[in-house]
Write a protein that binds this ligand. Structure first.
Ligand code: NAI
Ligand code: MG
Length: 363
């Protein structure tokens, strides 16, 4: 049985970065005997131009059927005026919703060659390898009531509601514990149980899930604000961090900046395992957007997109050795001093998007 990948390059630098992943896939198939089969669709502004929707129903079906989806980036000034329902981001939101991608994985890894250019002290970030697991489909971004009420006395009231049910906390913590087992076997759960009822429940359910199914993993708890401080003070104390949608949004952005450029950051979003096959729906994408300011020039950094494919090898296909080789190739190329413009520093060699991709394949 072959492994199917559905590629959605999107807009701006999305297609430029995806072209480099295609080289990696072709190399694996040619030289390493893998059997990846790829298909490609439209998402974002280019899909709107083609069919008036941010993703067509036909492409949505292909995304649902594929073993994994690789997503580039969407958006750009050209589509700022389009109606809200069909704006480029709507394509990504529909993919997340229909595929029920409730677990967002954001690793923060510091490549040795880049430690010196971090805004933190090199000893704080050197060798850093942490994984933030953020709940993506619940919490205060989606809870009801969610509204602005006119109080009639010249005052208004804005309301968002944090809601979490047991099953939502159970399934996200299970993902975190399972991933920890493939790493250093430690999970730190972050909430604010001191001031939030949903935080009390979060803490209870994570603890119960740990006791029932994952007692071999080391579990600790931290208040999310203290967690933010510790992430900046001494991030290497963490292995896997599991947290809710809102805290995860902020903490993962903080963790991201420990390691440098937006052009380096991969992510994965996973759904529930299929009861029959055990396989999870999954979408892999760089953290960055379509970068209209540099699109079309062939100078974008493809590493975030390529590292997202390394996550795909690891999490969708259990190809751990290949994933490690790909990550090592990225480290080698950086170690050799090759840099795209966004990560350029003194004494290094500036390369194009395609040259970076070629060098990674060669390594
Ligand atoms: P952005 O991530 O596209 O760019 C921010 C800055 O980082 C720019 O200066 C850009 O040149 C640079 N940058 C980003 N990725 C890079 C890479 N791989 N190599 C080199 N430099 C890189 O965020 P921005 O400017 O806020 O948004 C631009 C467009 O992208 C907007 O339409 C926005 O809505 C969309 N967007 C889409 C996302 C997605 O598809 N998931 C996520 C974030 C933004
Ligand atoms: Mg964010």
């Amino acid at each position: 049985t072959s492994r199917s990948l559905f590629l959605l390059p999107g807009d701006g630098i999305g297609p430029e970065a995806m072209a480099e992943v295609r080289k990696v896939i072709a190399h694996l198939n040619d030289k390493h005997g893998t059997d990846f089969v790829t298909d490609e669709g439209l998402v974002g502004g280019c899909a709107y131009d083609a069919c008036g929707q941010a993703i067509s129903d036909a492409d949505m079906e292909k995304a649902m059927a594929a073993d994994a989806v690789l997503f580039g980036a969407v958006g750009g000034p050209k589509w700022d005026p389009v109606p809200y329902e069909v704006r480029p981001e709507a394509g990504l939101l529909r993919l997340r919703k229909d595929m029920e991608l409730f677990a967002n994985l954001r690793p923060a890894i510091c490549y040795p060659a880049l430690a010196a250019s971090s805004s933190l002290k090199p000893e704080v970030v050197e060798g850093l390898d942490i994984l933030i697991v953020r709940e993506l489909t619940g919490g205060v971004y989606f809870g009801e009531p969610k509204e602005i009420i006119d109080l009639g006395n010249g005052q208004k009231r804005g309301i968002d509601t944090q809601v979490y049910d047991t099953y939502e906390i159970e399934r996200i913590s299970a993902v975190a514990f399972e991933l920890a087992r493939t790493r250093r076997n430690e999970v730190c759960s972050m909430e604010k149980r001191n001031v939030m009822k949903s935080g009390v429940l979060w803490n209870e359910v994570v603890t119960a899930t740990h006791k029932a199914r994952f007692s071999d993993v080391k579990l600790s708890h931290m208040l999310a604000d203290a967690g933010g401080m510790q992430l900046v003070r001494w991030p290497k104390q963490f292995d896997v961090i599991v947290t809710d949608n809102l805290f995860g949004d902020m903490l993962s952005d903080v963790a991201a900046m420990l390691t440098g450029s937006l052009g380096m950051l991969p992510s994965a979003s996973l759904g529930a395992p299929d009861p029959k096959t055990g396989k999870r729906k999954a979408l892999y994408e760089p953290v960055h957007g379509s970068a209209p300011d540099i699109a079309g020039q062939g100078i974008a950094n493809p590493i975030a997109m390529i590292a997202s494919f390394a996550m795909c090898l690891r999490y969708s296909f259990d190809m751990v050795a290949e994933a490690e080789r790909l990550d090592a190739a990225i480290a080698t190329v950086l170690g050799n001093g090759l840099r795209t413009g966004d990560i350029m520093s003194d004494g290094c060699t500036k390369v194009t998007t395609a040259e970076m991709g070629d060098a990674i394949v060669a390594a």
